[in-house]
Design a protein around this ligand. Sequence first.
Ligand code: SF4
Ligand code: SF4
Ligand code: SF4
Length: 228
Amino acid sequence: MGESLVGRLAKRLISQVTDPIKIEVCRGCLFGCPKGIIEPKDLEMEILDLVDQLGLEEELKEHLPDESVFHPTLCISISGCVNGCSRPYIKDIGLEGIVSLRKNQEKCNNCGACSEVCQEKAIHLEKDGFIINSQKCLSCGECARVCPNGALIIEKSGINLMVGGKLGRHPQIGHPIANFLTKDQAVQKLRQILAFILQEHRQGHNVEDALKLLEGSNQITSIGISTQ
Ligand code: SF4
Ligand code: SF4
Ligand code: SF4
């Protein structure tokens, strides 16, 4: 027989109270969301490994502020696509999947499916093809998924990385610090960021302060994070 509901709720409550690190993943990866671009669960596993290797959880636990019982110390969120269902832009560290498109204008028959599906109204159809407004395009890939002729195809997927998002008394949207990373590059950047948090925490800075330092251009440069 499975665990009782009360048991599960108690376990969840205890983990919320005792875990200084919270990793949230959009549900798309669990239920095969058709909009998913990356596998958030894979990244979650990599982050858990990094946290273990660095001993970050132990470090954060050692200096928990009194009110930590109500708040996790470090929140990380991973979304499979730009819909951001796990809200990566309001977490300390956020990651989301994006695509790059390849255009084959000669295959376009002006059917209009792409412009109909684009929620950003980023596609303008012309007599002899289409134009994508790069200022409006969010790289979700929906247009390529509906194009019947291969005039728009998903060339490759990537990961956007942002830091410093939060709600609370002074809400803030996370700052993008690197985009279109491969999974290995994202893991490398995450290792650098988590190691930086660890180093700063040992010197008395909490996660929020460490991330503020990181967002300063010098710090970002010094740990090799691209601001492309
Ligand atoms: S973030 Fe994207 S992939 Fe994840 S559940 Fe939402 S729509 Fe699906
Ligand atoms: S990738 Fe998404 S936002 Fe960009 S043009 Fe296609 S449907 Fe629109
Ligand atoms: S869906 Fe494909 S074929 Fe149709 S208008 Fe868009 S790019 Fe052209």
